[in-house]
Design a protein around this ligand. Structure first.
Ligand SMILES: [Fe+2]
Length: 406
């Protein structure tokens, strides 16, 4: 899971003081135009707030896995691109997900760990992720392949009943101050910063400007260093609102105001007193009930949180899934290093070090991953060109294979 918002102390070098003023000045090229767009955003936002108040979590797209296999309808795609959050049901049969849960219990009891590898490479998950990744677009010569998902190793989340000390208030992952400070990441939101009516032309599914964005300028702990077009997890147990589930707001078209008061090295938190127009207490709503094997994904810019209270009696488990990173050069390097740590049973590069599972008995190995697609996502087999691959895709896949030593 992403970094905690509330549990870390603020760091220095935020946007206060002379440095902050300079940065803010560089952001605002057309003050009158930005004010005009701000007013328009607020008006538009109010309409969205009212809709979420009226419909609650019904605004979140919920589809069956067969819909993904067929391809989503125009209406579903429209809603997904608006809300940036989707639940895919039935991609992993309930029985199979229940088997993973059993395997995890055994793992905890006896250090037996093959379940994560099965989940990382399950066809129902890979196909869903490949589909969602393909909703991003680029031009033919952009060196990226949105049709080639790779795996990002993350954690298993066990939510015990009761209040949590690990509170995740509303936040957006993938950098904080970097959004304003890093020229690459700032470029992703260029249209919004232009002022006037330009913010309506912001395209949150354009992958090209994301390729040169640095979302981790300060080597923040627990910061994901590779770009994740989607984040997601797979439920291993039935989880309902009020049971410590994910809460999501619609924000794939960033409507949050430009109020850069972030601290370096922290996730971008959204706080009621800094972002009153977002009405976070009303618009961040818990996702509907999910069953074992259901998948939940949200766009990289979506505001999300984890409920602070889990009122049910039993533990709730979810698997943080592979997250469809694309094949950027830095991603390829990460996958290379992640493969090394995986083979040695060590924590993945973005996570705290230590010996990890290296001395565990019955640890999952590369031999446990038998499908070609599954092995590719872990960097164990060379990637192949997707059908009718563009020049950019070919370049990227060649580079990835080369980086991985194939
Ligand atoms: Fe997060």
């Amino acid at each position: 899971m992403p970094p905690a918002v509330a549990s870390r102390k603020p760091r220095p070098n935020g946007l206060r003081g002379r440095r902050g003023r300079r940065l803010k000045r560089s952001l605002v090229r057309d003050p009158a135009g930005l004010k005009e767009s701000w007013r328009a955003v607020l008006a538009d936002l109010e309409v969205e707030v009212q809709e979420i108040k009226r419909r609650g979590n019904e605004t979140i797209v919920s589809v069956m896995y067969e819909d993904i296999e067929r391809g989503l309808s125009e209406e579903q795609l429209k809603q997904l691109k608006k809300t940036g959050c989707i639940i895919v049901r039935g991609g992993v049969p309930k029985k199979e997900a229940a088997g993973w849960l059993e395997g995890l219990k055994q793992y905890i009891a006896a250090n037996h760990d093959k379940v994560k590898d099965a989940a990382r490479t399950h066809p129902g998950l890979l196909k869903t992720q490949a589909y969602l990744l393909s909703l991003w677009h680029s031009s033919i010569d952009t060196p990226v392949s949105v049709r080639t998902p790779v795996s990002y190793f993350d954690r298993i989340r066990i939510r015990q009943p009761g209040p949590s000390s690990f509170v995740l208030g509303p936040h957006i992952d993938g950098g904080s101050i970097e959004r304003w400070e890093d020229p690459g990441l700032r470029k992703c939101f260029e249209r919004i910063l232009e002022g006037g009516d330009s913010w309506r032309k912001h395209d949150p599914f354009d992958i090209a400007p994301r390729l040169s964005a640095n979302q981790d300028l300060y080597n923040a702990p627990n910061q994901c260093t590779i770009f994740r077009p989607w984040q997601g997890w797979t439920a291993l147990s039935r989880t309902s609102p009020g049971e410590g589930t994910l809460a999501s707001s619609r924000s794939s078209r960033p409507r949050q105001p430009v109020v850069p008061r972030e601290h370096a090295g922290m996730t971008q938190a959204l706080l009621p007193h800094l972002h009153p127009h977002l009405r976070l207490d009303e618009t961040v709503v818990p996702i509907p009930t999910v069953e074992p094997g259901d998948q939940v994904y949200w766009h990289t810019d979506v505001v999300h949180a984890v409920e602070g209270e889990h009122r049910a009696r039993a533990n709730r488990l979810s698997f943080t899934s592979p997250r469809c990173p694309s094949q950027r050069r830095s991603d390829a390097l990460y996958i290379r290093d992640q493969r090394e740590t995986f083979l040695k049973g060590l924590p993945a590069p973005d996570f705290p070090g230590g010996e990890g599972e290296s001395r565990f008995v019955g640890r999952g190995t590369s031999e446990d991953v038998t499908t070609v697609e599954g092995r590719r996502t872990l960097g164990l087999e060379p990637f192949s060109y997707p059908p009718a691959a563009s020049e950019g895709e070919r370049r990227m896949i060649d580079l990835a294979n080369n980086t991985l030593g194939f």
